[in-house]
Design a protein. Structure first.
Length: 202
């Protein structure tokens, strides 16, 4: 009688009945004593759900599809999750200096290319080196600072080279565009020159 009451109480729970129905364990002799589905039945249910999701296309066009997994060849980093979050969401000023400086180090060339004078490049690199040295001296714990300082003269020379290369590529592109416009009939040439002046903000 006691077993009958316990069974009636169990069957009265609509969530349990729904779960048992979905996994096919309603009145199933393989269900355990408490009426829960076995591990094999749970695994079968999960496989069915995955197969149905694949047919619906729920896994199509996921971020990173067709790309190799990152970070497999490197050494283990205990702070990988916060580093990836900072890089993925481009957070600035958050996290320990070891991580923020590493992110800044990866983006330093882009920042340097955004300035227009050697003096500004020297100031940026000097400030970057100063913060690395300060972070190495900090006594508050946290992951070690492995970001290396940058040689100011080397960075200035690299900045100058990248700037000259961008100028050379821009000149070559302009020459190709001039040649293409010169080959057009005069009406189309006038339209192309006008469009270029509007584009360049003349």
């Amino acid at each position: 009688m006691q077993d009958k009451k316990r069974d009636d109480g169990r069957m009265a729970d609509p969530r349990l009945r729904a779960a048992r129905y979905r996994t096919g364990t309603d009145d199933d002799p393989e269900a355990d004593e408490a009426g829960r589905p076995t591990m094999e039945q749970r695994a079968q249910y999960v496989e069915i759900q995955i197969a149905q999701a694949m047919r619906r296309g729920d896994f199509d066009d996921l971020p990173g599809a067709g790309k190799p997994l990152t970070g497999l060849g490197g050494t283990y980093d205990p702070d990988w999750w916060i580093r990836q979050k900072i890089e993925r969401e481009r957070l600035t000023g958050l996290g320990p200096p070891a991580l923020t400086l590493r992110t800044e180090d990866a983006e330093l060339e882009g920042r340097l290319d955004g300035v227009h004078s050697e003096h500004a490049v020297r100031e940026l690199v000097t400030d970057f080196n100063r913060r690395i040295v300060e972070a190495r001296r900090q006594l508050q714990g946290g992951p070690p600072v492995v970001t290396a300082t940058r040689d100011v003269d080397t960075e200035v020379a690299a900045w100058r080279h990248r700037r000259e290369e961008r100028g050379r590529l821009a000149r070559e592109e302009r020459e190709r565009e001039d040649a293409a416009i010169a080959a057009l009939p005069w009406r189309e040439r006038r339209r192309a020159l006008k469009a270029r002046r509007l584009r360049d903000g003349w």
